[in-house]
Ligand binder design. Structure first.
Ligand SMILES: [Zn+2]
Length: 163
């Protein structure tokens, strides 16, 4: 585990040293083939080992394991009901689907757990627990929770909760 950071760069150094064994002009075919193989290997290793790829795979596993039943109609209704970012109230920015209870905390991607959030709030809240995060950001925790409950109730009867 301690060698991960170092070994990420291994294949790149390898690619360079293999390429130097096949200078342009001499054995060009072999050089090209070797460089392609090493390059593909280095690329695959770099992608597999990158933190982003690991996070994406982890997220996919998590998403595959939970129920996702927010329809386009429900999302449109949620945005209309909130009329802006559910957290800061911004009305001039594109809204993203934020899981009030983060997926990593067992939340589901469903009508009663989604709130529209501006990019800033969504990125800032990330996987944080919502009430603690609202308090830290000095946002109105009480107003959010009340509104969230009201909208949940209104949409559950108006649109019919699939679950
Ligand atoms: Zn916001």
């Amino acid at each position: 585990m301690l060698n991960i950071a170092r070994s990420v760069h291994g294949p790149l150094v390898g690619a360079r040293s293999v390429a130097s064994l096949f200078p342009a002009g001499a054995g060009a075919l072999h050089g090209v083939r070797a460089a392609a193989i090493v390059g593909a290997y280095a690329g695959a290793v770099a992608v597999n080992r990158s933190r982003r790829a690991r996070a994406a795979r982890k997220r996919k596993r998590r998403m595959d394991g939970v129920e996702h039943d927010l329809s386009d109609e429900q999302w449109a209704a949620l945005k209309a009901a909130w009329g802006g970012c559910a957290y800061c109230g911004a009305v001039d920015r594109p809204l993203q689907r934020d899981c009030v209870l983060a997926l990593s905390r067992g939340g589901r991607y469903t009508l009663d757990n989604i709130a529209p959030a501006c990019g800033t709030c969504n990125a800032s809240k990330c996987n944080a627990e919502v009430t603690g995060w609202l308090r830290r950001k000095r946002l109105d925790e009480r107003a959010f929770l009340l509104r969230h409950l009201e909208i949940k109730a209104a949409l559950a009867t108006g649109l019919g909760s699939p679950s």
